[in-house]
Design a protein around this ligand. Structure first.
Ligand code: NI
Length: 136
């Protein structure tokens, strides 16, 4: 089994906020992510698929095709968006955290990968923080 990873990048704004909490508590828990007028991150997304290299091409999956699928279904929707308001696959009642995003991106992509299997979705929100999802 070989694991192939494609990286894509996008920039997006969000706000993390719990209505039932005071502004102080939201600030304390979410920090800058609770900013009233939104704020942004430069995200890095890693999509890993797994399978056996094809005998003729030597590919687990054509990395260009994988890039096109990810761009069409994920990056075009997320890039320069407001993650709380603009994206059809992010429900409005869900906090757009890195943790929730990896699960939602998995759901969007899983059925679109052909000829191999989706293995993981990894999303870096900052240099030092990322979340990773393996489908369960
Ligand atoms: Ni944030």
């Amino acid at each position: 089994m070989v694991y192939l990873t494609r990286r894509e990048r996008f920039n997006a704004a969000h706000k993390l906020w719990v209505k039932d909490w005071s502004e102080e508590k939201n600030r304390e828990i979410f920090g800058k992510c609770a900013n009233a007028n939104w704020h942004g991150h430069n995200y890095e997304l890693f999509i890993t698929v797994k399978g056996n290299p094809h005998p003729q091409t030597g590919f687990v999956m054509n990395a260009k095709t994988l890039g096109s699928i990810v761009k069409k279904h994920i990056i075009e929707k997320l890039d320069h968006s407001n993650l709380n308001l603009d994206v059809d696959f992010i429900p409005s009642n869900i906090q757009p955290t890195t943790e929730n995003l990896v699960m939602l991106i998995w759901k969007e992509l899983e059925s679109k990968i052909e000829g191999c299997q989706l293995h993981s979705i990894k999303l870096k929100e900052t240099e030092n923080i990322y979340a990773e999802y393996f489908g369960e």
